[in-house]
Write a protein that binds this ligand. Structure first.
Ligand code: PLP
Length: 379
């Protein structure tokens, strides 16, 4: 069976990138590798649209999130967490793990936070040292208004804005410096189109002052040690050499494409899929959807997990179901990773077929033709 991966991470990786990663290993403390690291760090700044240093950590995205909490804050500090899904919950759980008092802005899943809610929370808790939010909440497919939140937080000297852009960076426009995003986290297996294992964290000058004062316990994830290592063109500990070599290749491709074309590519896949969803008579779950993924509500009487199972086991296509309270209620298709318009057509055709098998009548080709039309009209 031919296999396709179209889940919101891990994602399909370009075979060329995989082949580059499988070349004989080079030593991490060699001039050869230092050169690669320097090139990757430069290209990361291009992708992040920042002059801030981008630290490369060996972990999944959650490691990068944890590093933000432990490196920016001290036990007893207060932080505001936007909790609009599974990954927002993670911010607040991480704060609790480090003795940071979490002030949660609880948002109904499927909705985005309003900038005024962040402003009100900061007015009620002017001593909050950080605001933690997702750029894109992958569990619901919602895009949060990061730019507007940046405008609010940047006026406050004693608060930093920390953005989890694990499924957003490279998918759509995120202007780290212009929007005042102090700390931005990504992970390799999502929008960076690589296998899992890397987390990247950019840190602003304002945030470095917080790092110097933070007293939370830490050893492995230590921003100050990593910063010193950057000055020596290396990393504090043995890095994931092959993944960094893969990242160099991905970033080279992104640079050659240019950011606008990269964002337009995701928008195109997303808009075509969303047109197909309406044509099939289905609803999107998020009220403020992003171009990173399409999240579809399972029709009445159909368990979304069954759609995911049929696609994976019978058709060879991996998409994702819902998490926690959304389990069974939704299914999710990624637009990031090494995907093209034909992959979307395949996913839509498979969904039409699976839904018919489960008793939801969709005329064959309804979704496919809506997507095809969109692709043809938007070359
Ligand atoms: C927005 C977001 N944040 C955090 C994570 C957690 O990342 P990881 O699974 O790489 O630890 C994910 C992964 O799904 C994510 O999509």
């Amino acid at each position: 069976m031919k296999r396709y991966i179209m889940a919101p991470g891990p994602v399909a990786v370009d075979p060329h990138v995989l082949s580059v990663m499988s070349e004989p290993l080079i030593h991490h403390r060699s001039p050869q590798f230092s050169k690669i690291l320097t090139e990757v760090r430069k290209d990361l700044k291009f992708l992040y649209q920042t002059n801030n240093e981008c630290l490369i950590l060996t972990s999944s995205g959650t490691g990068g999130m944890e590093a933000c909490v432990s490196n920016l804050l001290s036990p007893g500090d207060k932080a505001i967490c936007v909790v609009a899904g599974k990954f927002g919950e993670r911010w607040s759980e991480l704060c609790q793990s480090f003795g940071v008092k979490n002030i949660d802005i609880n948002i109904e899943w499927g909705q985005a936070v309003k900038p005024e809610q962040v402003e009100d929370a900061l007015k009620a808790h002017p001593d909050a040292k950080a605001v933690f939010v997702q750029a894109h909440e992958t569990s619901t497919g919602v895009q949060h208004p990061i730019k507007e939140i940046g405008e609010i937080v940047k006026k406050r000297e004693n608060t930093v804005l920390v953005v989890d852009a694990i499924s957003a960076m490279g998918v759509y426009d995120i202007k780290t410096d212009e929007w005042g995003l102090d700390v931005v986290v990504t992970g390799s297996q999502k929008s960076l189109s690589l296998p899992p294992g890397l987390s990247i964290v950019s840190v602003s000058d304002k945030a470095w002052e917080f790092v110097k004062r933070a007293k939370s316990p830490k050893y492995y994830f230590n921003f100050l040690k990593e910063k010193k290592a950057v000055e020596r063109e290396t990393t504090a500990y043995t890095p994931a050499v092959s993944l960094i070599i893969g990242l160099r290749e991905v970033l080279k491709q992104f640079r050659e494409m240019g950011l606008k074309r990269l964002f337009d590519h995701h928008k195109r896949l997303s808009e075509a899929t969303k047109k197909a969803v309406s044509a099939m008579g289905l609803n999107q779950f998020p009220k403020v959807p992003s171009h990173a993924i399409t999240v579809i509500e399972a029709p009445q009487g159909i368990n979304g997990q069954d759609v995911v199972k049929i696609l994976r086991e019978d058709y060879g296509i991996t998409i994702a179901g819902g998490q926690a309270q959304l389990k069974g209620k939704i299914f999710r298709i990624s637009h990031y990773g090494h995907l093209c318009q034909w992959d979307m057509i395949i996913a839509i055709a498979a969904i039409e077929q699976a839904l018919n098998r489960l008793g939801y009548q969709v005329e064959y080709g309804k979704g496919v033709s809506a997507a095809q039309k969109y692709f043809a009209q938007n070359p």
